[in-house]
Design a protein around this ligand. Structure first.
Ligand code: 4H7
Length: 246
């Protein structure tokens, strides 16, 4: 991922990401460039109107096709080609595999809908795919775009600095995360599991694998169906069990 373009009526929404956390660091490092485009800059009327009343009546407004189309075409005219991804509730639901797929691209073009939605003819002629961050309705696509950007940017080599932490994340390999602890070793009479204080890194790794597997089995059995228990996990759980007995 080298470049992200976001088409939105609320550029300040996206500009705020430039200064924050993982996304902010990736921009500052120059690993990723973020470009914001506002369809309002592509209106041709004096009122710079980007929405209009829906044909067939009903509540709310619809995003007008012409300014949006001109904006999308301006985005596509710049830099390398990339699919136009629309954030909407009807889209493919984003999961770890979807994030990996998007993270592998050189460029992302994210279109954020507002109002009651976008004129269907723009979706038919200029949008290549639709992504959803979950089965619920938002007031606009911007929060969904921010989620996609964060998830994708942290997959980029060098962004997290500690490569391995992106690999151990929840959902990598279909597993939830293991528990995390820091000082003090005893806090309000609750102790850190002694294995983590043992300095035995192979045993600690086994414990973390076994805990992630245990949590996944408890909270997300559907993930186990999709990503069956591996030999390494089985061996880790077995060896741990025998040590506990020891
Ligand atoms: C009140 N209406 C506002 C506009 N909206 C709409 C309709 C079509 C496309 C985009 C939107 C923007 N909303 C989104 C966006 C993404 C998600 C998601 N799950 O990823 C949920 N909602 C329909 C509802």
């Amino acid at each position: 991922m080298r470049r992200i373009d976001v088409i939105t009526l609320f550029p300040e929404w996206v500009e705020s990401l430039k200064g924050l956390g993982v996304t902010g660091r990736a921009m500052a490092q120059g690993t990723i460039s973020l470009h914001c485009w506002n369809p309002r800059d592509f209106t041709e009327d004096v009122h710079r109107s980007v929405d209009d009343r829906p044909y067939g009546g009903g509540p709310g407004m619809v995003m007008r096709p012409e300014p949006l189309a001109r904006c999308i075409e301006a985005v596509l005219a710049e830099d390398i080609a990339a699919p136009v991804s629309f954030l909407g509730p009807q889209g493919r639901v984003l999961d770890h595999d979807g994030v990996s797929e998007l993270a592998g691209r050189a460029r992302l073009i994210l279109l954020c809908g507002r109002y009651e939605g976008v004129d269907e003819r723009v979706l038919q002629t200029l949008v290549d795919e639709e992504w959803s961050i979950g089965d619920y309705v938002l007031s606009g696509g911007e929060p969904a775009a921010a989620v996609v950007m964060d998830a994708v940017i942290r997959q980029q080599p060098g962004v997290l600095g500690h490569e391995e932490s992106a690999l151990r994340d929840s959902f990598v390999g279909g597993r939830l995360d293991c528990p995390h602890y820091t000082r003090p070793a005893s806090w309000r009479s609750r102790d850190v599991p002694e294995v983590l204080l043992s300095g035995d890194h192979a045993r600690i790794e086994r414990w973390r694998l076994a805990e992630a597997l245990h949590r996944t089995r408890q909270q997300r059995p559907d993930l186990l169906a999709r990503y069956p228990v591996s030999e390494v996990e089985r061996a880790a759980a077995k060896k741990l069990g025998s040590e506990k007995g020891a």
